[in-house]
Design a protein around this ligand. Structure first.
Ligand SMILES: Cc1cc2nc3c(=O)[nH]c(=O)nc-3n(C[C@H](O)[C@H](O)[C@H](O)COP(=O)(O)O)c2cc1C
Length: 190
């Protein structure tokens, strides 16, 4: 799979089958993150790979109501950082950007390995941090939900989520976010 194929086949699927979590997989994903770019090479990201069944069960208690589907996860990757870990240039704080970049690499590599790696924001940050012993001054940015895509649609999904299993949710048009040479010159298809 080349990069374009990984980008195009990545989906935030919510119907998951179990997958065996081996040390080899953890090291592969961690080594992918390791070489991601960051401002001043500060590498602000921190990750906890949670795969012990009992620890996962406890972590599920921090999920938002709409994220019941996550309970089929084989692994949850907690992604966290703090603004102190990265460049601050005037009003520009780079820790979220750099951690997001590295996490995108991880997600694409997981996709290439045939896995679902679905980031979520729907969780109680305070509770999840407490469960994972993440220091108070750090932001738990996302949980990446890992499993194998199941052909059986998970019955806990809402109708719109069920639809999302079949087709990618719609995207903005290029005209809505793309500019050429200046913000005054919005891209348009003649
Ligand atoms: C930062 C972030 C937070 C998200 N939070 C959730 C979430 O809490 N629950 C969920 O089911 N999906 C969540 N998603 C997945 C998005 O809904 C999904 O990426 C989007 O609908 C586009 O679908 P696609 O990724 O399959 O193209 C999140 C994605 C991102 C990047």
């Amino acid at each position: 799979m080349n990069v374009k194929e990984a980008i195009e086949s990545r989906r935030a699927y919510r119907s998951l089958d179990p997958v065996e979590i081996r040390e080899e997989l953890i090291l592969d994903l961690a080594n992918t993150v390791k070489i991601a770019p960051s401002c001043g090479n500060k590498q602000p990201w921190r990750y906890i790979f949670v795969y012990e069944k009992e620890r996962l069960r406890v972590l599920f208690t921090a999920l938002s109501e709409g994220n019941k589907w996550v309970e089929k996860a084989s692994m949850i990757i907690a992604v966290f950082s703090t603004l102190k870990n990265d460049c601050i240039i005037g009003k520009r704080l780079y820790y979220l950007f750099d951690t997001g970049l590295a996490t995108a690499f991880l997600i694409l590599r997981a996709t290439e390995l045939g896995l679902v790696a679905h980031p979520i924001a729907g969780f109680k940050e305070g509770l999840a941090k407490e469960i994972l012993k993440i220091p108070d001054d750090m932001r738990l940015i996302t949980l990446v939900i890992v499993g194998k895509h199941s052909k059986e649609v998970n019955p806990v999904l809402s109708d719109s989520m069920k639809l999302g299993e079949k087709q990618r949710p719609p995207r903005k048009k290029l005209e809505d976010f793309l500019f050429l040479n200046s913000y005054e010159n919005r891209f348009s298809i003649e």
